[in-house]
Design a protein around this ligand. Structure first.
Ligand code: HEM
Length: 485
């Protein structure tokens, strides 16, 4: 009788044991979206042994992220997130509790606060200037540049200087392997592994499919990198003043002082877990956003021209755009918003897990349910957006909708207690990098390609990146001194 009284959300039929697991495919956000068109904005699936609710409307997302934020503050544990976060000793995958609260507060203070982000302005400007120099070299011989690769090394360099006090050198991973390592780690963090859904026996399937070995390889690649960065700090003879210390110095101090957080002693694994969040959280999402923006702009010459004209009129005779100029670039800001609408880097945010019983749209949601917010689907909902599939930055002209977590129609950074703490840091890099790419160069497609040929296929892990590289030919636009001469 108890079962009959439950008002569970509707959802697609399930097979015994595996439930809906076999239906997810390689782009789960597409599958969830199609199911929500059939069954409504709140659906229930069974992924192996794990009940999973997916919400796909702004209204239902508001209920999860605002009204019931506290009820859904846990993160589900998976093989990938557990291993890469040193058993959830990080922020993103740590269970809701004192340790998570303390570490999040610590990182906000040391890295994510507006004051701190502003203090890193010179690092962003220097690194973007060196990116522009390197692209200028390619423009001399009209060679196409791979913007995915350029953006990843830009965001890696900024993240490493901001957080680890050093420049990122590609050789910290084996030559050319860096982008692969980051993509693989994101794939592992977003993977649906059998051991997550079939306790006791799932690991056998993961062994057979090779997922277990991939995860171990990814863990060791990253672990070696964190160890190298930590060792460099430990070996350094330099005496740094308090204000010169980076976040690793501060984390090492917690370890040295045998600090206990939530009755657990802080160790080197805790430091590595936090570095994982900063490195993977900071590098991938930010680079992906600039790449998708450039892909959309090259397919939309009108928007590209409008954005370039705005920047060139506003910046005047400077060599490069600096952060002081950005505030005036209203169209550029709309381009970034529209990119984040169509291509949210984390399409399903980071999954939550419920801690108590509550209701959404009248449906019962029980504890230990995995909850996905399909931001990707909400941001393409035709009930909210006109011509939702089209790239139209002007749609934000008279709209006050922002991505700061207050408007559930636009959620690229999530919302609520577990919303992205790196929003301001990531967004500042996206704006500056994009503004300079558009100011310093005109962009052409390689010979023989037309706008409609640009491939926009996605690959999904925890983040959603472009399947094929974006190769574009830069044509130097004469700026600054060159223009005056
Ligand atoms: C364009 C850039 C970025 C995007 C789109 C983005 C997106 C997101 C999203 C969707 C979440 C999950 C929010 C939720 O569950 O409600 C998240 C969480 C998080 N992000 Fe970001 N992010 C970006 C940049 C960054 C940067 C630069 C960092 C750090 C250097 C960072 C670190 C984190 C961390 C630590 C969390 C976990 C928060 C928690 O669970 O308490 N992110 N991000």
């Amino acid at each position: 009788r108890k079962k009959q009284n439950k008002n569970l959300p509707p959802g697609p039929p399930q097979l015994p044991i595996i439930g809906n697991l076999h239906q997810l495919g390689t782009l789960p956000h597409h599958y969830f979206w199609n199911q929500s068109k059939k069954y409504g904005p709140v659906i229930l699936l069974q992924l192996g042994g794990v009940p999973t609710v997916v919400v796909s409307s702004a209204e239902a997302a508001g209920q999860v992220l605002k009204n019931h934020d506290l009820d859904c503050c846990y993160r589900p544990l998976s093989a990938g997130t557990g291993r890469l976060s040193y058993n959830c000793r990080d922020i993103a995958f740590a269970p809701y509790g004192n340790y998570w609260k303390e570490m999040r507060k610590f990182c906000v203070l040391e890295l994510f606060s507006t004051k701190k982000v502003k203090s890193f302005r010179f690092i962003r400007e220097q690194e973007v200037a060196s990116l522009i120099d390197s692209i200028s070299q390619s423009s001399l011989s009209a060679i196409p540049v791979d913007l995915c690769e350029k953006m990843m090394s830009l965001t890696a360099s900024i993240t490493c200087r901001v957080a680890f006090g050093k420049r990122f050198e590609g050789n910290e991973f084996d030559e050319g392997k860096f982008q692969e390592v980051v993509n693989e780690a994101m794939a592992m963090l977003g993977s649906f592994s059998a051991s997550d859904f079939f306790p006791y026996v799932g690991w056998i399937v993961d062994k057979l499919t090779g997922l277990h070995d991939r995860l171990e390889r990814s863990f060791h690649d990253l672990d070696g990198f964190y160890q190298q960065v930590i060792d460099q700090h430990l070996d350094s003879k330099e005496t740094k003043h308090e204000e010169e210390q980076d976040i690793i110095d501060m984390l090492l101090k917690l370890q040295r002082n045998r600090t206990e957080i939530d009755a657990v002693q802080f160790t080197q694994d805790h430091i590595k877990a936090i570095l994982m969040n900063i490195f993977l959280g900071g590098v991938d999402t930010t680079a992906i956003t600039v790449v998708w923006a450039m892909a959309e702009l090259i397919r939309n010459p009108r928007a590209m021209k409008k954005s370039q004209e705005e920047i060139r009129n506003c910046v005047g005779n400077k060599e490069e755009v600096d952060e002081g100029d950005i505030e005036q670039l209203k169209y550029l800001k709309m381009v970034v918003k529209e990119t984040l609408r169509l291509h949210p880097p984390a399409p399903l945010l980071i999954p939550r897990e419920t801690m108590s019983h509550f209701k959404i749209n009248g449906y019962d949601i029980y504890p230990k349910t995995q909850v996905y917010v399909n931001a990707w689907a909400i941001q393409r909902d035709p009930d909210i957006w006109t011509s939702p599939e089209e790239f139209v930055p002007e749609r934000f002209e008279d709209e006050s909708i922002d991505f700061n977590g207050q408007n559930y129609e636009l959620l690229p950074f999530g919302s609520g207690r577990r919303g992205c703490p790196g929003m301001y840091l990531g967004h500042s890099t996206v704006e500056l990098a994009l503004a300079n790419l558009l100011y310093c160069f005109d962009w052409k497609l390689p010979d023989g390609l037309k706008e409609e040929d640009v491939n926009m296929e996605e690959v999904a892990g925890l983040t959603l990146y472009k399947k094929l590289p974006l190769n574009l030919v830069p044509v130097k636009y004469i700026t600054g001194r060159g223009k005056m001469e």
